[in-house]
Design a protein around this ligand. Structure first.
Ligand code: FAD
Length: 400
């Protein structure tokens, strides 16, 4: 596949039936699907120096495959998504497990039978577990709100423990909130799993890691005769929008535009910036085989960072005597600072601001905002793939 660095002076938007802004899941899935489904010639513009969006991974100087923008674990319930992505990679059989470091003891999350015994001791943990089984049955995920509603002191004790030790401090660090700012409806949804299965996605029929990494998956997806990829290109430098048209390189563009960047940036944040949380990622390579027993450990009662990822535990890569870990520190995102906007802070005020930006592009019938930034929401990789496939279907059927 050919990826060009920058736009050539000869770049002619009219040579393309579709321009895609952003080479993450949203943009790359649309590019591939529409090139195949409608025979469109597609230009993909990406402002970073690489493809794959936030799923980008690379081999670091110590020879270890790491995820630059945070650990990405693939799982899906959708056969269509899985079939589509499986055209571009084989998968390992990795099953994600998460442990919480609670006052120095590692316990499975979601909180389960094992965690109860670790937290309350063998006998009391078993007693509480039996109470949960008798009340709700086995192999159930029960939100702590439901435990509270039973008005039973034992169930209340479990709910309080999980709230205090798994949820509260972690959420404060992640979102920069004080306990009274935390929405009770969110708190209530924190689950306890009544069972022994300690996988994070026990029900997902498809899960794993791409055998050669995410970036290779994207290389295969974008490798098509009708797709040209240009990295190091910020679409804002060549796009102008008015109420009825998008111009590219100074001329009204008649093709389709799939836009996966932030909407506020397109208008120089003139209504105000859409708020995000960002993450500082601190990578460290240690001279040892393994640092922790699983891919991610959440620090839920101590430390300033939220979690530690150990990449080899997720990718299955074998590199003796060395391992790379990464700590995540969460804080408010400052527009224009060069930070990555990671998590949209979704509340009614921010949503209303987003809607005002969205209104401005609604007359542009060939302009399609899609993806986590353009829709200002949290999306897992499979969900954004699904949305991009749906949008591609619409574009293809309009041109059939
Ligand atoms: P992105 O991947 O962000 O791609 C958008 C692209 O558009 C970017 O490359 C950006 O540079 C480019 N762009 C923006 N503006 C412009 C412009 N003006 N010109 C040119 N290019 C532009 N999902 C999971 O399923 N499992 C996980 O384990 C998981 N872990 C995550 C961990 C973290 C820390 C985070 C933050 C997210 C995680 N996700 C996970 C979610 C996953 O990252 C998203 O689903 C996915 O990245 C969304 O793809 P996208 O294409 O919408 O956005």
């Amino acid at each position: 596949m050919q990826i060009s660095n920058g736009l050539p002076a000869t770049f002619n938007p009219d040579a393309y039936d579709m321009i895609v802004v952003g080479a993450g899941y949203a943009g790359s899935v649309c590019a591939r699907r529409v090139a195949e489904g409608a025979g469109f010639r597609v230009a993909v513009l990406e402002r970073r120096e690489h493809i794959a969006g936030n799923a980008y991974d690379y081999v670091n100087d110590e020879g270890i495959l790491v995820h630059k923008y945070g650990p990405h674990i693939y799982h899906t319930y959708s056969e269509r998504v899985h079939e589509f992505l499986s055209r571009f990679t084989k998968w390992t059989d990795y099953q994600h497990k998460v442990l919480a470091n609670i006052h120095g003891t590692l316990m499975p999350v979601p909180f389960n039978h094992t965690s109860l015994k670790l937290a309350f001791g063998e006998d009391r943990g078993e007693e509480l577990y039996r109470k949960l089984v008798d009340t709700f049955g086995e192999d159930k995920k029960v939100p702590i709100m439901e435990l509270r509603q039973k008005n039973d002191p034992d169930l209340q004790e479990v709910a309080d423990y999980v709230y205090e030790n798994v949820f509260l401090y972690y959420t404060m660090k992640q979102w920069g909130q004080t306990p009274d700012q935390i929405d009770p409806s969110v708190t209530g949804r924190v689950p306890v799993f009544i069972g022994d299965d300690d996988r994070y996605f026990p029900q997902a029929p498809y899960q794993g890691m791409p055998e050669d990494g995410y970036t290779v998956l994207f290389e295969h997806m974008l490798d098509h005769d009708l797709i040209d990829v240009f990295v190091g290109v910020d679409a804002r430098d060549i796009f102008t929008l008015d109420e009825n048209n998008v111009s590219v390189c100074g001329k009204v563009y008649g093709g389709e535009i799939v836009y996966t960047g932030p909407l506020d940036e397109l208008f120089n944040l003139d209504l105000g910036a859409l708020p995000y949380r960002t993450l500082d990622m601190q990578f460290e390579t240690l001279e040892q085989d393994q640092f922790q027993p699983v891919g991610t450990v959440n620090y839920t009662t101590s430390e300033d960072f939220t979690r530690i990822t150990e990449f080899k535990n997720m990718t299955g890569q074998v590199v003796p005597g060395k391992t790379t870990i990464m700590k995540e520190f969460s804080h408010a995102y400052e527009p224009g600072s060069g930070q990555t906007p990671y998590y949209a802070i979704i509340d009614p005020k921010n949503r209303a601001l987003y809607e005002r930006y969205l209104e401005r592009v609604q007359n542009l019938t060939n302009f399609h905002p899609v993806g986590r930034l353009a829709e200002y929401r949290y999306y897992d990789m499979d969900a954004v793939t699904d949305s991009a496939l749906e949008l591609s279907d619409e574009i293809i059927s309009c041109h059939a």
